[in-house]
Design a protein around this ligand. Structure first.
Ligand code: F6P
Length: 320
């Protein structure tokens, strides 16, 4: 394979730039010509791409976001959009694509794979919601950002003897809430994978107050099936405690990637190139323990995600 492309798609995630750097420089090292495609599948359909050189990816590893820009493309979901993308790839002579994004982006890639394009998927999402990999690029940075924000919130919560509910991202997956909750010492962690028992939460808070605990941090993933405003209202009603709300929102998606995310992105990006070079077809790159893994994309996307019950139990035990 001579020409290959790289794009970022879906929500941005810190570490995407480190992945682009590894893909571009890895491709050059292996004698390929890498094309950078702008705005994900949107740019692909428009032929919005350019050859990248070693210098094109200098000074980007430490930057959050993605220098290639990203988009969530409705048009690419249509047959017409996919045909446009295929025509562009054929006219440029591009045989392989590295797609950095979440499961939706990888599914998009599979449409092109059916027409002979080799697709490598890198998990780029802060949500950590892909079943086939223990960690995705951007998750570690997002967790660290939340932990730092919760530290500030806790100061105020403690000074005013308040409860603060901090809403974090994670539509279907509570990993950001779980990992940041455990590592910031949150009293209560609410994730979409578990049903919320407001009576139990209130009981725990009242027991804590009876022991002299006058402030609480509750970390709630956005995907939990009660609005954060409603939760705050009910908790206040049941406990009588002054309860405030902080929504961290996009603060979690930006920022310079941690060393761990840069490492993950560099290793995964280079592995994608090795597989393209070896002519292996359509793989999703992941990590298990310290080992970089790869699975057939279809198989990877069909795996069912299970939340880590041990971490949930540990958080419960330690947050009395
Ligand atoms: O998938 C990553 C994510 O940040 C989710 O946690 C969040 O629900 C969603 O993206 C927000 O997406 P958008 O950028 O379209 O608002």
């Amino acid at each position: 394979m001579k020409k290959m492309g790289v794009l970022t798609s879906g929500g941005d995630a810190p570490g995407m730039n480190a992945a682009i750097r590894a893909v571009v420089r890895g491709a050059l090292y292996n004698g390929m010509e890498p094309y950078g495609i702008e705005r994900g599948f949107e740019g692909l359909m428009e032929g919005d791409m350019a050859v990248m050189h070693a210098a094109s990816v200098s000074d980007i590893m430490q930057r959050g976001g993605t220098v290639l820009k990203t988009a969530r493309s409705e048009r690419f979901r249509t047959e017409e959009g996919q045909k446009m993308a295929l025509n562009v790839l054929r006219s440029f002579g591009i045989e392989g694509l590295v797609i950095i994004g979440g499961d939706g982006s990888m599914k998009g890639g599979l449409q092109l794979a059916q027409h002979g394009i080799n697709i490598m998927g890198l998990p780029g999402t802060i949500d950590n919601d892909l079943a086939y990999t223990e960690f995705s690029i951007g998750f570690d940075t997002a967790v660290n950002t939340v932990v730092s924000a919760v530290g500030n919130v806790r100061d105020t919560s403690s000074s005013h003897e308040r409860t603060t509910v901090v809403e974090v991202m994670g539509r279907h997956c509570g990993d950001i809430a779980l990992y940041s909750g455990l590592t910031s010492g949150a009293e209560i962690i609410l994730i979409p994978e578990r049903t919320v028992d407001i009576d139990a939460i209130s009981r725990k808070m009242i027991q804590g107050r009876n022991r002299g605990k006058l402030h609480n941090i509750i970390i709630k993933a956005e995907g939990v099936n009660i609005t954060t405003e409603e939760l705050v209202r009910i908790i206040h009603e049941k406990t009588g405690m002054d309860t405030k709300l902080v929504v961290l929102g996009y603060v979690q998606r930006g920022g310079s990637p941690t060393a761990r995310d840069r490492m993950l992105a560099s290793r995964m990006g280079y592995r994608a190139i090795e597989l393209l070079n070896e002519g292996v077809n359509c793989q999703a790159i992941g990590i298990t323990g310290t080992k970089i893994t790869n699975f057939d994309i279809e198989k990877a996307l069909s795996m069912k995600r299970r939340h880590n019950e041990n971490i949930i139990q540990l958080a419960d035990i330690l947050s009395i």
